[in-house]
Write a protein that binds this ligand. Structure first.
Ligand SMILES: Nc1ncnc2c1ncn2[C@@H]1O[C@H](COP(=O)(O)OP(=O)(O)O)[C@@H](O)[C@H]1O
Ligand SMILES: [Mg+2]
Length: 493
C-alpha cells in the first residue's frame, strides 16, 4: 500500500482506471480529469483480460441529462477511435491486455453497436428502467409515464380547488383546525407550503415528529429557507434611513425565521423581548414606497412570524395534520392515472431493491460494474440505490450502512465542493458517509481513495487567468489538504 502513495499523478490516474480488486473513490476539483478517468475505466472494463465485460453489464450514471449525454458522447468517441486502429491508444490496450488489434476492434465495435441500449445515463433513467423491468414488484403500470412536474402541478391545483370547496363549505369536517391555521397564514401561502410537502420524498410521519422538536429538515426547512430569503429580500429593497413600523416588523420576522432555521421551533423562545414587542404590533396600512403586492407579501410573512410566536411549534404540526389527507388524495390520483414523478422514480427504485431480495440479486448479477460521476450530487435515496447495486453477491442487507460491498464493483468520482444541492435534499454528508463506507470495505480488499491535485482545465485552456488561477488555488489546495489527511489515515490503517 505504501508504494502506491508515492506514485506520481499520472500513475495514480492509471491506477484509478485499472484497479479491479477494490472499490475506488476519486475526489478532485472541477476540470481535473475525473470524467476522463471514468470513461477510460469503462474502456478498460471492456478490454481487460481476464474477465472483460460487455457494455450491457456496465452501469455508468450521473445526475443531469447534460452530463449524461456528454459522458456517453465521450465514451462513443473513444470507442470510435479504437475501431479506427489509427493511433497509439490501441497499442496501449494491446500491450496492457495482450490483445490483437483485431480483438480490440471487435470489442470496441460491439460496444458501439450496443451503446444505446446500455445503462449509461442519468440515475433517473436507470431507475425508470429497473421499474419497467419489474412492474409487479414495483406495483406500477408498466406503461407508466414520467412526469417532469407539470402534470403533477396541474393535478395538484385542480384537486386543491375542489378540496377547499369541500373543506371550507358548510359540511367541512375540520373547521376549527382551519381557523387556527388560517390565523397564521394566507390560503396562498398554505397552498405553497402544501405543494412543498407534496414531493415523493417528504416523509410526513417524520415531518410531524420533527414539528414537535428538533431543528427543521427536508421540505419544511426548504420552505422556511425560501420564506426567510423572501423576507430578507423585501427588507433589503426598502432603503429607509429610519425604519418604519413595517420595516421593523419585517426585520423581526426575518430574525425569528432565522432562529427557527437555526434551532427549530424551540429557538423562537430566544427572540429578544424588543423584537417580540415589535412583532406584536398591528401592521396597519402600507407606507409610502411600498407597492401593494409586495406589502401584501410582507404582511403575510409578518403574519406567519406572529403566528409562530403565539402558537409556537404546534402550529406546523397543525398544518401538516390538516393537509395530510389532501396530499394522500393527490398522490393516489396521480398514480392511478399512470404517472410517476422524477423523484418518485428514485424512491420506488430504492424500495424495489430494498424489499425484493430476488429482484436485487438478479440486478446485481446483471450489472457487474457500477460507475458514478458527480457523486457529490447524490442524496440519501440515490446513494442507497448505488450501494444496493454494489452489494456483494449472496448478501442482502436492508439498511444501507450494513451493506457488504463487492470488491471492485463500485467506482465513484466527485467533488464535494461543487454540490449543487447546498440547501436541498442532498446533504454533503452523504458524500463523506458513503465514501467512508466504501473505504471501510473490510479485509484486504479495502476501498481506496484517490485525490487528484492537478487542474487540467486551468492548465490547458486559455480561459481568463484570474478565474483559472482562483480555481487552481482554492480547489487544488483543498485537494492537497485532503491528500495529506487521507494519506496519513491510509498509512495508519
Ligand atoms: N490526463 C489528462 N491529460 C490531459 N488533458 C486531460 C487529462 N484528463 C482530462 N483532460 C482534459 O481536461 C478537461 C477536463 O477533463 P474532465 O474529465 O471533463 O474533468 P472533470 O470531470 O474533473 O471536470 C477535458 O478537456 C479533458 O479532455
Ligand atoms: Mg466531470
Amino acid at each position: 500500500m505504501s508504494d502506491l502513495l508515492t506514485l506520481a499523478d499520472s500513475q495514480d490516474r492509471l491506477l484509478a482506471e485499472t484497479t479491479w480488486d477494490r472499490n475506488v473513490v476519486v475526489v478532485a476539483g472541477a476540470g481535473t480529469g475525473k470524467t476522463t478517468i471514468l470513461v477510460n475505466r469503462i474502456l478498460n472494463l471492456l478490454l481487460r483480460e481476464p474477465n472483460p465485460l460487455a457494455i450491457n453489464e456496465i452501469v455508468a450514471l450521473t445526475f443531469t441529462n447534460k452530463a449524461a449525454t456528454e459522458m456517453k458522447q465521450r465514451l462513443r468517441a473513444q470507442l470510435l477511435r479504437l475501431t479506427e486502429q489509427a493511433d497509439d491508444m490501441i497499442a496501449t490496450f494491446r500491450t496492457r491486455y495482450h490483445l490483437s488489434a483485431e480483438q480490440v476492434g471487435v470489442r470496441a465495435r460491439m460496444a458501439l453497436e450496443q451503446i444505446e441500449k446500455a445503462q449509461i445515463g442519468t440515475l433517473h433513467s436507470f431507475a425508470a428502467h429497473l421499474l419497467r423491468l419489474h412492474p409487479i414488484e414495483s406495483e406500477l403500470d408498466p406503461l407508466f409515464q414520467e412526469d417532469d412536474g407539470s402534470r403533477f402541478n396541474e393535478l395538484f391545483h385542480s384537486y386543491w380547488d375542489r378540496w377547499l370547496d369541500d373543506e371550507l363549505g358548510s359540511a367541512g369536517p375540520q373547521h376549527d383546525r382551519w381557523r387556527r391555521v388560517l390565523a397564521g397564514t394566507t390560503l396562498d401561502d398554505l397552498r405553497q407550503l402544501t405543494a412543498a410537502l407534496a414531493g415523493d420524498f417528504v416523509d410526513l410521519d417524520e415531518l410531524e415528529y420533527q414539528c414537535r422538536s428538533l431543528p427543521l429538515e427536508g421540505a419544511l426547512r426548504d420552505w422556511v429557507v425560501a420564506t426567510h430569503g423572501r423576507a430578507a429580500t423585501l427588507l433589503a429593497a426598502q432603503d429607509q434611513p429610519k425604519p418604519r413600523k413595517v420595516e421593523q416588523m419585517l426585520a423581526a420576522a426575518v430574525q425569528s425565521l432565522a432562529l427557527l432555521l437555526k434551532q427549530g421551533p424551540p429557538g423562537l423562545a430566544h427572540l429578544p423581548q424588543d423584537e417580540r414587542a415589535v412583532l406584536e404590533k398591528d401592521l396597519g396600512k402600507a407606507p409610502a414606497g411600498w407597492h401593494a403586492p409586495t406589502f401584501q407579501e410582507a404582511a403575510s410573512i409578518i403574519g406567519l412570524a406572529q403566528q409562530l410566536l403565539t402558537v409556537d411549534q404546534s402550529y406546523f404540526q397543525e398544518v401538516v395534520t390538516l393537509v395530510r389527507p389532501f396530499l394522500a388524495q393527490v398522490h393516489h390520483g396521480f398514480l392511478t392515472s399512470g404517472w410517476i414523478a422524477f423523484d418518485g422514480l428514485l424512491a420506488r427504485a430504492k424500495t424495489l431493491l430494498q424489499d425484493h431480495p430476488a429482484v436485487r440479486a438478479r440486478i446485481k448479477q446483471t450489472y457487474r460494474a457500477i460507475l458514478v460521476d458527480e457523486f457529490q450530487d447524490t442524496d440519501p435515496v440515490q446513494y442507497e440505490i448505488i450501494l444496493y447495486l454494489g452489494e456483494r453477491a449472496g448478501s442482502h442487507q436492508t439498511a444501507w450502512h450494513d451493506v457488504d460491498l463487492e470488491p471492485g464493483k463500485l467506482f465513484i468520482v466527485g467533488d464535494p465542493k461543487q454540490s449543487i444541492y447546498a440547501f436541498r435534499r442532498a446533504d454533503i454528508e452523504a458524500f463523506e458517509r458513503v465514501v467512508g463506507k466504501i473505504r471501510a470495505g473490510g479485509g484486504p480488499m479495502n476501498g481506496w481513495q484517490q485525490d487528484l491535485s492537478v487542474n487540467r482545465k486551468s492548465q490547458s485552456s486559455g480561459r481568463s487567468f484570474a478565474s483559472s488561477r482562483r480555481e487552481r488555488t482554492t480547489r487544488s489546495s483543498m485537494c492537497r489538504l485532503r491528500l495529506g489527511r487521507r494519506r496519513k489515515r491510509l498509512r495508519a490503517g
